[in-house]
Design a protein around this ligand. Structure first.
Ligand code: TYD
Ligand code: MG
Length: 417
């Protein structure tokens, strides 16, 4: 049987021109032998048992939490972040908790030794090598490690790729080699990459598709470091771990309230607290605002830690429903402690902080204000209220309740007292 490679017309003998599509010399012999490919197993999902995968627990609980309960064996994890944020430090600390190999392609062994001494690492099971040649490294792996750390993906290379170190094709090839290694040896691999959330360097952005977990270590020019998960094939995303950079490396922050609010019971105009959720984690945060008469034709709207577009929206809602004229005032908003809040449950606290600042009238310091404000001036319920309430209670706060619109709340707080 012959078949036209252009239109698929079939003929018993070879012909020069296809009678169907009129193309010349398109007929090829059809291979009639059916190939015997290996069969794949097809099963009913319902009948399958879940096999619990083994996880490596570092006991650095802020780290384990972000991964959804430790590192899954054989998984590929990317830690991104700006240069100097503390990626190498964190990786070294995590590496010291397992039988690990730390591959330093960026810094000399001496620099790593110094860092390990500085943060007091005395692990018997931490191995180290200084090399940039990934093929040689893989070839030298003789004993089995739980964890391999690559510091960093931009500074290793494979001889199989002719392009220069740090180029996209180098990064891609090395990442695939590491993926293969992780799955074949069932070893977890932590890849460090210099990258900002915006992904200015296009190279590592492509890594996100290859790896199982994407974490970013973020900072706001304070000592606070937030490890955030953006992708996790084996756990929740948007989970955060909170650390402080100290003289002795990264320290877990177990009491975030110490960082995120000024003193409890501190009543001052413009202070409003709320309980936000980061992943499944409730956190108390404090909004402060500064409202001053403007010197400019267009007043300043400035926000640190809260979306500026939402701030503008809230100001418009307040103007319309509360008849508060803020157009002659500059408005500055700051979330204490340098955390970036995306949770819209913070709206109410932002609005009340601004009114409190404008009226020079302090809010009750025992209360937290939780609610998303709609364009209609209604205050919407937010999800997982029980988690938020528990956290408020744990810290000795109460959740402000009962009133359903911004105007009712305004009257209740600022006119009735
Ligand atoms: P590093 O882990 O090298 O950052 P990255 O690998 O992300 O580039 O750490 C960077 C900074 O952290 C460095 O400027 C010094 C500071 N640092 C501390 O404050 N305390 C410490 O214990 C260590 C090891 C570093
Ligand atoms: Mg580093």
């Amino acid at each position: 049987m012959y078949i036209c490679s252009n239109c698929g017309y079939k003929s018993l003998k070879w012909i020069g021109r296809c009678p169907n599509c009129q193309e010349w010399e398109t007929f090829v012999k059809e291979d009639e032998s059916v190939k015997n490919y290996e069969k794949v197993e097809i099963k009913k999902l319902k009948n399958l048992e879940y096999i619990r995968e083994e996880r490596l627990i570092s006991n650095i609980s802020e780290f384990d939490r972000v991964l959804g309960g430790g590192i899954l064996k054989g998984s590929l994890i990317l830690i991104g972040g700006d240069p100097g944020v503390g990626k190498s430090t964190l990786a070294l600390q995590i590496g010291s908790k397992f039988k690990s190999l730390y591959i330093s392609a960026e810094e000399s062994l001496n620099q790593i030794i110094l860092r390990a001494k500085r943060i007091g690492i005395e692990s018997e099971n931490l191995y180290i090598t200084h090399s940039q040649n990934l093929d040689s490294i893989i070839n030298s792996l003789n004993s089995s490690f739980d964890l391999i750390i690559i510091d960093s993906i931009q500074t290793i290379y494979s001889e199989e790729v002719p392009s220069s170190i740090g180029s996209i094709s180098q990064i891609r090839t090395c990442a695939y080699k590491l993926l293969k290694l992780a799955k074949e040896k069932n070893v977890a691999i932590l890849i460090i990459a210099h990258i900002t959330k915006e992904g200015e360097i296009s190279g590592p952005k492509l890594l996100e598709h290859i790896v199982d977990v994407v974490l970013y270590l973020e900072t706001n020019e304070t000592n606070l470091r937030i490890l955030r998960s953006y992708k996790n094939r084996f756990g929740p995303t948007n989970e955060i771990g909170i650390f402080e950079m100290t003289e002795m490396g990264l320290k877990e922050v177990n009491k975030p309230e110490d960082y995120f609010i000024s003193e409890i019971n501190y009543a001052k105009p413009s202070i409003a607290r709320s309980i936000i959720l980061e992943g499944l984690r409730p956190l108390i945060v404090e909004v402060q605002s500064l409202i001053i008469k403007t010197f400019y034709p267009t007043p300043i709207r400035n926000s640190v830690g809260y979306d500026i577009r939402r701030l503008n929206m809230l100001l418009a809602i307040m103007e319309k429903y509360l008849n508060i004229k803020l157009r002659n005032y500059d408005v500055h908003i700051n979330i204490v402690g340098g955390i970036r809040v995306l949770d819209q449950a913070l709206d109410l606290a932002v609005a009340l902080s601004i009114i409190s600042g404008l009226k020079n009238f302090p809010l009750n310091p025992k209360l937290v204000y939780i609610g998303e404000i709609g364009l209609t001036g209604d205050v919407h319920k937010v999800f997982m209220m029980d988690l938020r309430e528990n956290e408020a209670q744990r810290l000795g706060f109460e959740v402000y309740k009962n009133k359903k619109t911004l105007i009712e709340i305004y009257k209740d707080i600022f006119e009735n007292s």
